[in-house]
Ligand binder design. Structure first.
Ligand code: AMP
Length: 470
């Protein structure tokens, strides 16, 4: 869970980078960073904070140049501290390179152990640093500055999910997506400048034009003369592509296009399918804002039950789930959401949320709604039960914490204390997202346990331990 951004060939690269990162803020709130290049030198500013707090006029002024890349981070691998804040900058015999990564490598620990045994000294606990070390060790290069050769070498060794944006001291900006295309990466134009962004929401903000997505397994190199496209030339031994369906369910911003499709429309369709699969007699449909809103509108439209804003979200707290510590997250639900008594008092209420992970949020919401007078509370989840952890970059927790990994839907309903509870089927979700129930082209491992790229040894240990604990 991270966002990456880059702009090449713009007089105000750092300022535009700052804006782009704003539009990707929902993808990670622990750290924010920008690296810009001028006269063969990379300059970097990172902070452990939101984008708006990480930068001010002075810090942006320390990042001159016409090309800049940025990163917002939520830690899925590696701890939450400044050393792990990206973009990283490193130096090798051919010059300086900066790298920003969204996704999660599944064999990083194995490679790291191998490199450490050969004498490499790692500075961070991030899986991304493995790519950096492999790039430094690359062989058969056309020259020391052959960054594409270095990158191809490094990526032929790693497995998992990566959408990367890189910047070199000789002013090349590079975008890459892994062969499965787990995470998004899009290309835009802002007048003469090229832009790369995790989501198209950033293009809308900076008034750039969306050109296309970086294809799974594609490397685009952007330099003074324009953009060239290259193929990674290997697959990960798996069905390809496998775009993350959870980007559609929860993670991406609804105003973004993912895989060429509107995230908002996909969520709305998920809500409509949910109403068809699991109707209920009720007076009002409400959403868990913000991410549940399009699906709740869809549920209302398909069922004919009016939609109201029965829960109000405070915009002064971040995503509660995003706080890694359990204690803060628990407190956060009450901080973040409040019921509107005049909407729910005496009513039979359908509450639509996009996903249920641990169940703690839903349990608190049901309690709050009953406290505000709701006569009945019917929980509706616009995705299937989240039964498996994600190892490709979404922070679905350890399987032991996933309530649906070890409980039936009925048991979950008892836990969250709703009158009824129901989830959208896998077929319903896939038809809403992709227009067919096959699921081809998508990764839905968090709902099925079918992991499209072979997991690393540490992932398997985790899965086995969780199974044993059940
Ligand atoms: P929980 O209390 O764990 O059941 O939290 C479920 C809530 O967290 C739902 O409202 C989702 O919108 C949201 N959510 C689901 N997955 C994630 C995630 N990976 N990161 C942050 N929030 C999430």
């Amino acid at each position: 869970m991270c966002g990456v951004f880059g702009i090449h060939g713009h007089d105000e690269a750092a300022n535009i980078g700052y804006l782009g990162m704003h539009a990707l803020q929902h993808r990670g709130q622990e750290s924010a960073g920008l690296v810009a290049v001028e006269d063969g030198k990379l300059r970097r500013h990172v902070a452990m904070s939101l984008v708006s707090d990480a930068f001010d006029r002075e810090s942006l002024a320390t990042l001159p140049g016409r090309t800049a890349i940025g990163h917002v981070r939520y830690s899925t691998a590696g701890s939450s501290d400044l050393r792990n804040a990206q973009p990283f900058v490193f130096e090798y015999s051919g010059g300086q390179v900066s790298i920003a990564h969204n996704g999660n490598l599944v064999n990083a620990n194995e490679i790291r152990a191998e490199l450490e045994a050969q004498g490499s000294i790692f500075q961070t606990s991030s899986d991304t640093e493995v790519i950096v070390h492999l790039m430094a060790k690359a062989k058969n290069l056309t020259s020391p500055a052959d960054v594409l050769g270095r990158l191809m070498f490094a990526l032929s060794r790693v497995r998992g999910a990566y959408s990367l944006v890189l910047l070199t001291s000789d002013d090349k900006m590079i975008g890459v997506r892994d062969p499965n295309g787990f995470r998004p990466l899009t290309i835009g134009r802002l007048k003469d400048a090229f832009v790369l962004s995790s989501e198209t929401s950033a293009f809308d903000l900076i008034e750039a034009e969306f050109i296309r997505e970086v294809e799974p397994g594609e490397i685009v190199v952007i330099e003074k003369n324009g953009m060239t496209s290259h193929k990674l030339g290997f697959d990960q031994g798996a069905q390809s592509p496998s775009f993350c369906v959870f980007e559609h369910v929860y993670f991406a911003r609804p105003d973004s296009l993912m895989n060429g499709k509107s995230v908002y429309r996909a969520r709305e369709k998920m809500g409509m399918a949910l109403a068809a699969e699991h109707p209920v007699e009720a007076d009002v449909v409400i959403a868990v804002p913000d991410s549940g809103v399009p699906a709740a509108i869809g549920y209302s439209r398909a069922s004919g039950i009016p939609f109201e804003m029965g829960l109000i979200r405070s915009h002064y707290v971040g995503r509660t789930f995003i706080e890694p510590q359990e204690s803060i997250r628990h407190f956060g639900v009450r901080l973040k959401l409040s019921p509107v008594r005049s909407i729910v008092d005496g009513k039979r209420v359908v509450v639509v949320d996009d996903s249920l992970v641990r169940g703690t949020t839903s349990r608190k919401i049901v309690k709050m709604l009953r406290g505000a007078g709701a006569r009945e509370v019917h929980m509706r989840i616009s995705a299937p039960p989240t039964t498996h952890p994600c190892f490709y970059g979404i922070d679905t927790p350890n399987r032991s914490e996933l309530v649906a990994a070890s409980h039936t839907v009925e048991e979950i309903g008892r836990y969250v204390t709703s009158d009824t509870i129901a989830y959208l089927s896998h077929d319903g979700m896939m038809s809403a997202v992709a227009g067919s129930t096959s699921g081809n082209g998508y990764c839905s491992a968090c709902f099925t346990g079918n992991y499209p790229v072979a997991l690393g040894s540490e992932n398997l240990v985790q899965l086995r331990a969780n199974r044993a604990a059940r």
